[in-house]
Ligand binder design. Structure first.
Ligand code: HEM
Length: 353
């Protein structure tokens, strides 16, 4: 069960009205509430709160001559169509020929992953519910370097749809990025609410690219994933690139960094990888073209026998990768989220459908 703060907004002639049941902090109406309606208001506020995330109270100011003095609240519950509109607006801001490889898709996916990947299953802290990366210290954690670019890019969509929480928006951004970059459908449930700075997670919960299998298992087992899921998640590195001024690493993993494919696994298995000779952190480069890269943490996926088994499966079978990638992304994006009971999953139409 999740408790979104009900938002009361004036439709016309706003004047401040006394808050309803403390929960409704931003309470406005065009007319004072008639005493006799107190029960109705309180009931609606309670219904909105109890209804969980996604309910918003609106008061209506223009009621006609009969009950001009009575502000009648109506409940706005964003529907699938409202979220599809947000999806479509995110899709609109993905492409930009002046940015990286032409798309903000990879960095929006990384934002959604880093928001979610702080989850700790034992303490039930972290995860995508909260969007605490808006605040320092979390925004300054080394692993999050560069993600301001993604947070800033998606701000125009938040401005257009202010009812959506940042935490739901960032995950919708990641879902949209995957689907728009040719990936599988990622079913989505809304229901995250934003938390304040006190909910920031400690540094060190996200993986360190310089390390290998033991570290990967420590980090991802803490979130509740198994070996197969770790390998499936890592296939996201078919997308995007490393940046010298962010992680210190440099270059893309594949030749098509704005299309989701199983190329990451194929390249990992079939190319010859050498240490790159350069003045930066230890990373691999492909022998043939010297234009692709692998992180030490990526290479652990073929050096470890249990991981390698899944790399081989996904390298051979893109459909198997897409199926497992979709399932594991849903799990990642929902870690620690207290969804309202009965909240169904939605699958958004991609602009390419
Ligand atoms: C397995 C452990 C992982 C490690 C050690 C790791 C590490 C990194 C590093 C160092 C970068 C480069 C950042 C930069 O310089 O801009 C990066 C980028 C990226 N990572 Fe990961 N990552 C991991 C898992 C994941 C997962 C699970 C996902 C998503 C499901 C993901 C998605 C991405 C994407 C899309 C980029 C490209 C971002 C861009 O182009 O700006 N990574 N990762």
């Amino acid at each position: 069960m999740s408790f979104a703060r009900p938002l009361l907004r004036a439709v016309a002639r706003p004047q401040v009205l006394a808050p309803i049941r403390g929960a409704a902090r931003r309470t406005y109406s065009s007319a004072p509430a008639a005493k006799s309606n107190g029960g109705l208001y309180a009931g609606l506020a309670a219904a909105a709160a109890a209804g969980g995330a996604g309910y918003y109270l609106y008061t209506q100011g223009q009621l006609g001559p009969l009950n001009d003095k009575i502000a009648r609240p109506t409940i706005f519950k964003p529907t699938f169509e409202d979220y599809q509109k947000v999806y479509n607006d995110i899709a609109e801001i993905l492409e930009d020929n002046d940015f990286d490889d032409g798309s903000y898709g990879p960095i929006l996916l990384r934002l959604g992953w880093h928001a979610s990947g702080t989850y700790d299953k034992d303490t039930k802290t972290g995860g995508s519910n909260g969007a605490t990366m808006r605040f320092a210290p979390e925004s300054d954690h080394g692993a999050n370097a560069g993600l301001k670019v993604a947070r800033d890019r998606i701000e125009s969509v938040k401005a257009k749809h202010p009812w959506i929480s940042y935490s739901d928006l960032w995950i919708l951004g990641a879902v949209c990025a995957i689907q728009e970059m040719g990936g599988p459908k990622i079913p989505y449930r809304p229901g995250r609410s934003d938390k304040d700075v006190a909910a920031c997670t400690p540094d060190g919960r996200l993986p360190d690219a310089a390390q290998a299998q033991d570290h990967l298992r420590n980090i991802f087992y803490r979130m509740g994933f198994n070996d197969q899921e770790i390998v499936a998640l890592a296939g996201a590195h078919a997308l995007g690139r490393c940046h010298k001024d962010r992680s210190g690493y440099d270059g893309p993993w594949t030749f098509s960094p704005t299309m989701l494919t199983n190329d990451f696994y194929q390249l990992l298995l079939n190319e010859k990888w050498n240490w790159k000779k350069w003045n930066g952190p230890k990373q691999y480069e492909d022998k043939k073209t010297k234009s692709l890269m692998m992180l030490p943490a990526d290479m652990a996926l073929v050096n470890d026998k249990a991981f390698r088994k899944y790399v081989e499966i996904y390298a051979k079978d893109q459909d198997a990768f897409f199926k497992d990638f979709s399932a594991v992304c849903v799990k990642l994006f929902e870690l620690g989220v207290p969804f309202a009971e009965g909240q169904e999953s939605w699958t958004f139409k991609a602009t390419t459908d």
